[in-house]
Design a protein around this ligand. Structure first.
Ligand code: FES
Length: 102
């Protein structure tokens, strides 16, 4: 059975083509809104640890605010390094809440 954790009300979700940080237990998660589709990924950039949830969205990717690496919001894959991929978490919205499977 899957184990979803409530992390926020949907009213806290980022606006279209924005990203935002959320706490989920001891982890910080980046939720991105790419043209109305939400996705959740680890907040820590694998380049040098930048906070992805403080980045912008460009061409469907989350742009790290520190040095500009671009991360695919659906797959977690970095454009700059084929070996760099952050964990993406299943996200669902139910009864006005945002739920993540960690
Ligand atoms: S820390 Fe993210 S691009 Fe460098």
């Amino acid at each position: 059975m899957s184990d979803y954790t409530k992390i926020a009300p949907t009213s806290d979700l980022p606006l279209a083509n924005e990203a935002k940080e959320f706490l989920c237990g001891s982890k910080t998660i980046c939720i991105a809104n790419v043209n109305g589709t939400y996705s959740a990924m680890d907040n820590i950039c694998l380049h040098r640890g930048g906070p992805l949830g403080q980045g912008m969205i460009e061409n469907g990717k989350v742009i790290c605010p520190w040095h500009g690496w671009a991360w695919d919001a659906q797959t977690g894959q970095a454009s700059q390094d084929s070996r760099a991929k952050v964990t993406v978490y299943p996200l669902k919205i139910e009864n006005g809440d945002v739920l993540l499977e960690m």
